[in-house]
Ligand binder design. Sequence first.
Ligand code: PHE
Length: 459
Amino acid sequence: MNKKRGEWSNHLGFILAAAGSAVGLGNIWKFPGKIGANGGGLFLLIYIIVVAVIGLTIMLAELAIGRSTQKNAVGAFHQLNKNWTFAGVIGIITLFVILSYYSIVGGWIMKYIGVYLGGAHFSGTATQYQDFFVNFITKPIEPVLWGLLFLGLCIFIIIKGVSDGIEKISKILMPALFILLIGTAIRSMTLPGAMEGIQFMLHIDFSTFNTDMLVAAVGQAFFSLSVGMGILITYGSYVGKQENLFQSAVWICILDTIVAILAAFAIIPAVFVTMGADGLGMGGGFAFMALPNVFASIPGGIIFGAVFFILLFLAALTSAISILESIIAFMSEEFHITRKKAVAWLFVPLTLLSVGYSLSQLETRGINLPWFDMRNGLQMLPMNAVMEKFTDNLMIPLGALCFCIFVGWVWGVKPAIYEIENEGALRFPLRKIWSFSIRYLAPIAILAILYFTIFKGVI
Ligand code: PHE
């Protein structure tokens, strides 16, 4: 997928590459934290509905735009309707911010690979694992260096044009990740005391419903599926004309969601076992704090843990590369500069933002750094929290809304369906439902989310 617009080598290659973009830190680092913070079973149910209805709708729209125009996100809008170029630009801005923090968390994973390979992280107590994590992410320099190493690797892969390797990596990565996650989930769910965690995940209590939960589910679903930012426009531009876009989109949604659910079942019961329900309040770092307990209870767990973090690293890498690839494809195609030049332009601002994200973690230890605080609605929050909310709750839904309105009302559902039906070669069974969803259902739902985000102070 470089130089002249290449194509994925076959059907499976495309699905796996797109799943490679979708499956990443969002599934394993973010998702369990969001379930924990938003009350378990009901959130899970809402999440699945959002993926199946809105996520799938938009994914299909993006793939259709991409394959029809054969362009990066911005170029695609520019070609179809110049006035809508901004929709692609929103996506690129979002991706830029995501990549800056994705790299830092990718760096955490690399650190953990080192820790497991060194055999150090095996016989501690639950509190020690937690302290280790918090101490590490709040160090001023080390996590930044790991983050830069992660970013550097992505850049190296993209510049060397070995992105074809993404396809190859994904073929082994996905099945391996599946197997390991299933193993981890089984172990976690059979730990003494895990029942409470399993119940938390499965018990649906409608009285816990609130709008924050809805906003979180939509933001998380879009982030996890990589929709709303134009990634799948870029990926769609590499898809062969004979490919069945609908089927592919369904597969990508299914794979991504299964990985997220497996990760949650691997992590949440372990949180309950080691920290009880109070542990849920700790948010973000579950994968790093709770999983070591699970690995420690598995014979040969140190190897298991090392392999787990290596796979997680590869999953993060394939996602980060898809982000970087989209930004670089945009810069080089729209500004007519080489890919190397594009990287050179990106590097400094990206690094600055990453450093800000990493340093503002210090506030998790109660160390107040006022210059890293940002206004977020009425409250002041550390920069890292604001960056995540800004992308997940505001920018991604905004991009997704633009895509819906554009395809539903500007470009039109007719040309989109013509593309989805391979110019008449196959029939898209859900064409009516999809048209309704892209024109009315999805945009109205997203508008509601943006309303809550902006006016009810979720951001
Ligand atoms: N979907 C990826 C994940 O869940 C992250 C991602 C976000 C990838 C945005 C591409 C674009 O980790």
